[in-house]
Design a protein around this ligand. Structure first.
Ligand code: ADP
Length: 497
């Protein structure tokens, strides 16, 4: 029996899943690790803890089914993106904790970027300058850790996102590499020329010698050290979590869109060979693939997705469990014309309004808690609709299909309403571990475990398909109402008089 091993290194836990040829899960092991909050707004992880939890779940997942190294056809890695590690290449010791994507400590570095440099960063990296990405985090480490800059300039320090750090450890310090998807989230990588951008590196004062080699996501990066896994296993797939999920959902074609309905929502649209510059504040980044000729994606996120259902549960106490929101909403036919805009922390794409606030409009005397559940679920679908329409406008092409995953994608009422509002078919797969599956697919295709993408598409098992049934007129009226509701939510925190 042969399996593909997916290492799924997330923000709160490290997991390992072994998949078989049918793409089924044969073994899982998972371990949480501590979050470190040294100051308000700062978030760190201990890189050694990331490595040790990841290595131990890998060994555990194998042991659970008695798999040996010779039973593992390849390893694929998927990871929390942007999180930054800098280590000494001689000792293998990190010089500082990993600075996590959520960490805001480098916001002042970003605020100080002059307009012309901001423009260059946007054009070349496809990103909107932000503390979120790796660039300013590396600069912070070099500027604040004693001796780090001198060591970096002497060529002794290496930088990596989590995939790079894991490969380095897994290969016993012989591989220093990353893939296009992870490189495209550093804010240092020219996504069209597919190389590190010297001018941006200079601006952030980062020596190029620290940076990993960059390869396609499906690529033979090297081999795991037999000392660790008791045999030579090829490391043959690497992708950042969101791109991996798009790949795991078989979003291989131009126009394919995936939405992950988690706490927030992450939407990615495959735009084919063209790196599109968004006019709607979406990010342009590289899709996971197997060739030097990459595909691009537009990415948009929604801050409050499934989190609106947590609010309904914890603050409003309308439901006891998130899943009960479906039953509650089903108890009523509609929202009685009301809309809820969950702009608790402002609005992201395509509005980008940090002063927007949560707003409930249009309620009448009969509005009850079930109408509220419905309005909350509908708000997730309307926000998704807005991002998809922005993506289509930027890409100049309609979406092909909407593929879904994440906790709230199990809500049938939400999925049906989503299909109605976007007027598209939704495919919900049986396999919900799409992020890990994407990394497994990349490694399996590279090592010949799977023949080609066609085979994966044929392997896919659909849980349920949702087809739009809403009349055009009704859809348009509802969207009009939603747009009016958004207008009332916008700029709320600014108009204080
Ligand atoms: P994350 O990876 O961001 O923690 P998950 O994919 O586990 O998120 O999804 C959890 C989110 O989805 C929570 O915000 C929860 O409120 C919401 N959620 C989970 N199940 C349902 C459901 N059946 N209906 C609506 N929302 C749900």
């Amino acid at each position: 029996m042969k399996y593909i091993m997916a290492l799924d290194q997330g923000t709160t836990s490290s997991r390992c899943i072994l998949f078989n040829k049918k793409g089924e899960i044969k073994s899982v092991s998972q371990r949480e690790f501590p979050q470190i909050y040294p100051k308000p707004g700062w978030v760190e992880h201990d890189p050694m803890e990331i490595w040790s939890t990841q290595a131990s779940v890998a060994i555990e997942a194998m042991a659970k089914i008695g798999a040996k190294a010779e039973n593992i056809a390849g390893i694929g890695i998927t990871n929390q993106r942007e999180t930054t590690v800098v280590w000494n290449k001689k000792t293998g010791e990190p010089v500082y904790n990993a600075i996590v994507w959520q960490c805001r400590r480098t916001a002042p570095i970003i605020d100080a970027i002059p307009a012309d440099m901001q423009k260059k960063i946007r054009q070349r990296t496809g990103l909107i300058p932000d503390a979120y990405f790796s660039a300013s985090k590396i600069q912070w480490i070099l500027d604040n850790v004693k001796g780090a800059r001198a060591a970096a300039e002497a060529g002794d320090l290496l930088f990596g996102t989590i995939d790079t750090w894991l490969m380095w450890k897994l290969s016993g310090g012989t591989i220093h590499a990353t893939d296009y998807t992870n490189a495209s989230r550093t804010m240092l990588f020219d996504i069209r020329k597919l190389r590190w951008d010297k001018e941006i590196l200079e601006y952030f004062r980062i020596p190029e010698s620290m940076l990993p080699e960059v390869h396609p996501s499906g690529y033979l990066f090297g081999y795991a050290d037999p000392f660790i896994v008791n045999g030579e296993i090829p490391i043959a797939g690497v992708a950042g979590d969101q791109q991996s999920s798009l790949f795991g959902l078989c979003g291989f074609h131009k126009g394919d869109v995936k939405n992950t309905y988690g706490t927030g929502c992450f939407l990615l649209m495959n735009t084919g060979e063209k790196a599109i510059r968004s006019k709607n504040g979406l990010l342009t980044t590289i899709a996971a693939g197997r060739s030097e000729k990459v595909d691009y994606v537009l990415e948009g996120s929604i801050f409050i997705g499934g989190a609106v259902i947590q609010w309904l549960r914890d603050e409003m106490e309308v439901v006891r469990k998130a899943s009960a929101s479906e039953k509650s909403a089903e108890a009523v036919a509609d929202t009685l014309g009301a809309y809820f805009v969950p702009a608790f922390t402002g609005l992201g794409a395509p509005y980008w309004d940090q002063d927007a606030r949560g707003t409930l409009v249009g309620i009448t005397r009969g509005f009850n808690k079930n109408n509220l559940s419905r309005a909350c679920l509908e708000s997730i679908a309307y926000q998704t609709h807005d991002v998809i329409r922005a993506m289509e406008a930027d890409a100049g092409c309609p979406l092909n299909s909407l593929k879904v995953d994440g906790g709230a994608s199990h809500n049938n009422l939400l999925m049906q309403f989503q299909s109605d509002i976007v007027d598209t078919v939704i495919e919900r797969p049986k396999m919900v571990e799409t992020t890990a599956l994407g990394a497994a697919y990349l490694a399996g295709l590279t090592t010949g475990y799977w023949k080609n993408e066609e085979e994966l598409i044929n392997n896919q098992k659909t849980d349920r398909i949702f087809k739009p049934v809403m009349e055009k007129k009704e859809r348009e009226e509802r969207i009009k109402g939603w747009n009016r509701a958004v207008k009332t939510a916008e700029f709320w925190a600014k108009n204080k008089e």
